[in-house]
Design a protein around this ligand. Structure first.
Ligand code: GUN
Ligand code: FE
Length: 444
């Protein structure tokens, strides 16, 4: 692998920004150099200094005047829902039954799963997303397709075979035993291979019997380092139904707590309607509430109180995500634009520095993966996004009057999408300009 020297404007976060003027929360190099060796960041600094450190034969790639940032991270989405996106007229439970469950049945076929997996990683690369935590379908074939394609592309991915044994069509049900055995097999086959992380993935309380929740608990006890991902408190009908199915639990969050599924590696999609008690329980366990703004608006699920949860005396850890196919865009820029608007409706301000913190370091913290991703720190993996804030004529016109870095970031978030992603690097290799032939054609 050859050494690369990237030149451009570098931006990476050190911690959550307290305000839009909190310049200590990030590192910015207006003429920066990033040295990449063997897929990792070997050095970061002013271009002149890094040029001196680079070997004479290092390949120099000039990305000026673009911004180079850590690749975006998406902490909740569904790989088998690429063809569910844009399904009209439904709230959550209706949407699952009408569109989503029938579509996921198709992933029993490995040829279908492999085809969609290739498209999936192409879309991530096109949108500047270098790591994601995804649900596969109930079928082990879907997890095999997901992780083998991630390995082929050298991407750091979290994922899991979904466990679900009731309230869905027959073709989408496992059993408590199958869910346990096949998850163990997925762990044996894929966890720690390449950059793969297997997550224990009971879909949500409605589609798992108490026996299957106990199986998920057994897996969590056997493999305490693994991520756990599920859905929580997305929709009022869902909350009511879940609580009916588990009458002993005091609330929805308590269902998961009773099966030992609350902990610092647990990711709970949505968490829109949590009570104070539930938010306390999430905070005490160090669990992550994953905000999925485009999905919450698309399915009419509600307004996630991001700022209120983050500033509690007992703060709740927060991640941000697309939730494809309930979500309506693969773009983390589009996602944070909608997140901003949701906070507006709640009378809160999400500042642009916070948004980019959440898309990068914040989501790396949510996944407990800051040692390897989420910053431009030396020694971490060279997963990067290169952003062009003048990607369209309308953006370029606005850029003429943009004066500050937060203004530029806000423009990118408000008007940007995959067109603003000039390049994506995965482990030091250009990924966006090397999409598979099939979907490159589809792009034209
Ligand atoms: N709750 C259970 N399954 C799903 C799903 O696939 N998408 C969303 N948005 N919510 C869910
Ligand atoms: Fe989801």
């Amino acid at each position: 692998m050859m050494t690369k020297l990237l030149r451009g404007r570098l931006l990476s976060f050190k911690r959550a920004p307290l305000s839009v003027t909190d310049t200590d929360s990030y590192r910015y190099e207006s003429d920066g150099g990033l040295l990449i060796e063997a897929g990792k960041i070997a050095a970061i600094g002013a271009y002149g200094d890094i040029r001196k450190k680079a070997a004479a034969d290092a390949v120099e790639i000039d990305h000026r005047p673009y911004l180079i940032m850590p690749g975006f991270i998406d902490t909740h989405l569904h790989f088998p829902q690429m063809q569910v996106i844009a399904s009209y007229a439904a709230d959550l439970l209706e949407w699952l039954n009408t569109y989503t469950f029938p579509e996921e049945c198709r992933f029993v076929e490995s040829a279908h799963a492999e085809k969609i997996a290739a498209h999936f990683y192409d879309e991530l690369a096109r949108h500047g997303t270098t790591t994601a935590a995804a649900y596969c379908s109930v079928h082990k074939t879907s997890a095999d397709a997901y992780f083998s394609e991630a390995m082929r592309r050298n991407m750091c991915m979290v994922g899991g075979k979904v466990m679900m044994d009731r309230n869905a069509p027959q073709g989408l049900l496992d059993t408590p035993e199958m869910g346990y055995d096949e998850t163990r097999q997925v762990i044996a086959d894929w966890h720690g291979k390449g950059r793969n992380h297997v997550a224990i993935t009971p879909r949500f309380a409605i589609t798992s019997t108490p026996q299957q929740m106990a199986a998920a608990q057994a897996l969590a006890q056997e493999f305490p380092d693994l991520h756990i991902q599920t859905h929580l408190s997305e929709n009022h009908d869902e909350i009511r139904f879940a609580c009916e199915l588990y009458p002993d639990a005091i609330d929805y969050t308590d269902i998961y707590a009773r099966y030992g599924l609350l902990g610092p590696k647990s990711l709970f999609g949505h968490c829109i309607h949590l009570s104070e008690r539930e938010a306390d329980a999430m905070s005490e366990a160090g669990s992550v509430a994953v905000h999925c703004p485009t999905s919450n608006l698309f399915l009419g699920s509600g307004l996630f109180p991001l700022k209120a949860l983050a500033r509690r005396e007992k703060p709740v850890r927060i991640g941000v995500a697309t939730d494809i196919g309930g979500g309506s865009s693969y773009s983390m820029l589009r996602t944070m634009d909608e997140a901003y608007k949701i906070q507006q409706l709640l009378g809160e301000r999400l500042n642009p520095l916070e948004s980019y913190y959440y898309m990068t370091l914040g989501n790396a913290e949510a996944l407990s993966l800051t040692e390897s991703i989420g910053t431009l720190d030396e020694g971490t993996d060279a997963d990067l996004v290169v952003l062009n804030a003048a990607a369209t004529p309308a953006m370029a016109l606005k850029m003429d009057v943009v004066k500050t870095l937060p203004e530029e970031l806000f423009l990118l978030q408000t008007m940007g999408d995959d067109r603003a992603v000039a390049e994506t690097y995965v482990a030091g290799e250009a990924a966006k300009s090397n999409l598979t032939f099939q979907s490159r054609q589809a792009a034209h």
